[in-house]
Design a protein around this ligand. Structure first.
Ligand code: ATP
Ligand code: MG
Length: 302
């Protein structure tokens, strides 16, 4: 999936069908069954993601204690970008939801606060990075500073133009510092966004998610698509690749993002760190205290 969904240059988002399902195996059959199949797969992948996350966390913990010569700063950072109602929240709920909340570091970025505005645009991003061993998720990110900032003319053109290089330098530093970046655009269609925004208006329980300003951004759809194309084209590097996930179908979106994360963890060749103590001796000490019941103990709830 990393190969299949990696952005290609020149970036042409119009050529990516938001309803398509690249990589979905034929055996996933057709129609409604595909959906059930993909949802079941996300459940299975989720269990594996949870274990991969645990290995990442355990390795970092052991490294911190100075017992294991792993890469001490290793962490994963999933950057999610999308137009409004593109499904960032749903993806986090479904995909990250399978992992241990203790090892997750989830941050959302809205309009900068007055304090944030007093600093460089990467200031708040640096402060939000996941600590070693954690899986970070950015719900929007520094890319807003070349998206909304550009389309809504929040800064002069020279300012946002200079940011692509700044972002590349920043992300290269992150990679050097052990951060494995996975940048994902959840790609929805104009029509699908219309349907989703209408659903938010139709359901009083979803009004809290609706923002009248979303219609203003929607009116600039083509400008946003152009800004996305530039951001993806200029900031897609091997150290920090961009992926485009067709996202009109939520079940495909979740399945694809779960795979991207799973494959990314695989590239890290994770394992559990060796014990920093003598296991046999500890077992003896424990038994010496008596009262250890026989039987099996549940491991990871299994
Ligand atoms: P949904 O996709 O469900 O609508 P959301 O991500 O839009 O959720 P909101 O809290 O509604 O969440 O909106 C966040 C807003 O913050 C977006 O409109 C986004 O463009 C804006 N924002 C984020 N970063 C910046 C930035 N650097 N400068 C200006 N606006 C920003
Ligand atoms: Mg919004």
């Amino acid at each position: 999936m990393r190969r299949l969904l990696r952005v290609t240059e020149p970036v042409d988002l119009g050529a990516v069908d938001p309803r398509s399902t690249p990589g979905l195996p034929d055996r996933a059959v057709t129609g409604e069954h595909r959906k059930a199949w993909a949802r079941a797969q996300v459940g299975l992948l989720g269990a594996e993601l949870a274990q991969q996350q645990e290995m990442l966390y355990a390795t970092a913990q052991a490294a911190e204690a100075g017992r294991h010569a792993g890469s001490p700063a290793q962490r994963v950072l999933l950057v999610l970008q999308a137009m409004d109602s593109g499904g960032k929240d749903g993806t986090i709920k479904r995909v990250a939801g399978a992992m241990n909340p203790l090892g997750l570091h989830i941050r959302s970025f809205g309009p900068p606060t007055p304090e944030e505005l007093r600093h460089d645009f990467l200031w708040r991003i640096r402060r939000a990075l996941p600590p070693p061993g954690y899986v970070g998720i950015f719900n929007r990110s520094h890319y807003e500073d070349v998206l909304v900032a550009r389309v809504a003319s929040l800064v002069p053109e020279a300012t946002w133009r200079a940011r692509y290089d700044e972002i590349n330098a920043f992300e290269r530093d992150l990679a050097d510092d052990g951060v494995t970046l996975v940048k994902v655009l959840l790609h929805i269609s104009y029509a699908e966004q219309g349907t989703r925004l209408l659903a938010r208006l139709d359901d009083p329980r979803k009004h809290w998610k609706y923002n009248p300003a979303d219609i203003d951004a929607r009116a600039r759809w083509d400008d946003y698509q152009a800004a996305y194309a530039d951001a993806l084209g200029r900031c897609d590097t091997d150290a920090a690749p961009w992926f485009v996930v067709p996202a009109d179908r939520k079940w495909y979106r979740d399945w694809a993002v779960a795979h991207l994360l799973h494959e990314t963890f695989d590239t890290l060749r994770l394992g559990y760190p060796p014990a920093g103590f003598d296991v046999a001796r500890e077992r003896e000490r424990l038994r010496a205290g008596g009262a250890v019941a026989d039987g099996t103990v549940e491991v990871n709830g299994r």
